[in-house]
Design a protein around this ligand. Structure first.
Ligand code: GLU
Ligand code: MG
Length: 437
């Protein structure tokens, strides 16, 4: 590693674009305590490149990007290109106080509240799907052929993710053309969301090095399946014991876990404004896309917003530690800190209120009639970004979690995206967003 190698101090912004400033790595030591400069108005930059017209920020104000040394990542260079080095940062005021719009701080506070009130710690894993944008015809879904055609990228990206500390577990070809998935191990607290940012950026970097473009766009082809981000969440008690597991309950889900799930379902429409927030996000979440076709809890069912993945009894696997809730309604246009923070807060509301266990749906929610939907408490997700933003505006609880300045900046960006895509058809919007994510 040469002293002139660049190291980027970055933050994942409200539109889930990673932005920041780089410095020679020899200078990093001097910058750990004070960071580098940043500008509030950067939080009104849209993923489309423009500055949102509706913005709470003006030309004034100064902030710092303050690096978290535990997040240091290095992906070795290839040929001409230098290594990618980055550190994830908090955004703070020049005197070090947290900035009201810092996404990492939003998650940190949500985690602290859950821990402070109930002694619960959050362990999460973000499961990402992405597509390599290639002209050639794709190989068959889940096939070895599709996997081999991704070489040497596949082997190289797994090595780079390991070196980056992201603990990749598998590499496999998914259903859509040139679609792949790399699940990673769960991590506690902020580190779960940090890892999501690292996975996206390392995958993009290694693809670039191989002359490929990896896109995490929520939907590439309106007629096909999308690229999901499934957020797996487990809770630990103060002693580090799994708090979701209760062998005596349906689906082995403890009362606490059920109340947490009920809180998430109760706020699902507003949550989707933070978890699936691009103009091409809602069309991925239509029934029968195996994404999240309905607001309900289900055991092993891929059409549910909240799924309880299977417990594997084979081998010497211990069950309690496997149990988790899988939130399937997120995608890579979501900032992972805002998404996880909001899910945690919704779950916390459910636990606080001691909400009763939601029904565990055992059928395809898309096949239910109206009576059955009411009986099983099955709701619909917003069918557009505009509807999701409306749900957020109406849900005072969820809206109240966001500092008013953060809310205004966020909604300003989303309105700009809606406006920019209002006149174009969905396929064109998907193509545009594929180039961004
Ligand atoms: N591609 C699906 C989605 O958009 C997920 C398929 C699966 O892995 O279950 O969420
Ligand atoms: Mg998948």
């Amino acid at each position: 590693m040469s002293a002139s190698e660049l190291v980027a101090l970055v933050s994942c912004d409200l539109g889930a674009i990673v932005r920041g400033r780089s410095l020679p790595s020899a200078e990093l030591g001097d910058r750990l305590a004070s960071g580098v400069g940043w500008v509030p108005a950067n939080h009104s930059l849209t993923p489309l490149g423009s500055l949102a017209e509706e913005s709470p920020f003006g030309s004034t104000g100064d902030l710092r990007l303050l690096p978290d040394i535990d997040t240091r990542v290095r992906v070795r260079g290839d040929g001409e290109a230098g290594a990618l080095q980055l550190l994830l940062c908090d955004i703070v005021e020049t005197d070090g106080r947290p900035w009201a719009c810092c996404p990492r701080q939003f998650l940190r506070e949500a985690l602290a509240e859950l821990r402070g009130e109930f002694g619960l710690r959050v362990v999460s894993s973000f499961e990402h799907e992405f597509q390599l944008l290639r002209e050639e015809p794709p190989a068959l879904p889940f096939s070895l052929e599709a996997q081999r055609r991704a070489e040497p990228f596949a082997t190289r990206v797994m090595a780079a993710l390991s070196e980056a500390g992201a603990e990749p577990e598998r590499f496999f070809a998914e259903f859509a053309p040139h679609q792949y998935e790399i699940p990673v191990s769960a991590a506690e607290g902020l580190a779960g969301a940090d890892r999501s940012v690292v996975v996206r950026e390392v995958v993009r970097e290694v693809a670039r090095q191989h002359g490929l473009h990896a896109s995490f766009v929520p939907l590439l082809d309106p007629a096909g399946p999308g690229n999901g981000v499934h957020i797996h969440i487990a809770l630990l008690d103060t002693a580090g014991r799994p708090a979701l597991y209760d062998a005596g309950q349906p689906a082995h889900m403890s009362q606490l876990g059920m109340s947490f799930a009920a809180g998430v379902l109760q706020h699902a429409p507003a949550l989707s404004a933070l978890t699936a927030p691009s103009p091409v996000s809602a069309p991925r979440l239509l029934p029968h896309h195996w994404s999240a076709g309905a607001v309900c809890l289900a055991d092993r069912n891929r059409e549910a917003l909240l799924r309880i993945p299977p417990l594997v009894e084979l081998g010497a696997s211990e069950l309690a530690g496997q149990l988790r809730l899988e939130y399937r309604g997120a995608d890579a246009s979501a900032n992972p800190y805002l998404a996880l923070g909001a899910i945690v807060r919704a779950g916390l509301e459910g636990v606080r209120a001691g909400l009763p266990a939601p029904p565990i749906l055992e059928r395809d929610p898309g096949e239910l009639n109206e009576d059955e939907r009411a009986r099983f408490g099955v709701g619909a997700l917003p069918t557009s970004l505009a509807n999701a933003l409306h749900a957020l505006a109406q849900d005072e609880t969820v809206r109240g979690w966001l500092d008013p300045v953060l809310y205004d900046a966020y909604v300003g960006i989303k309105h700009a995206e809606l406006q920019a895509t209002a006149q174009i058809e969905l396929g064109e919007a998907c193509r545009r967003y594929a180039a961004i994510y």
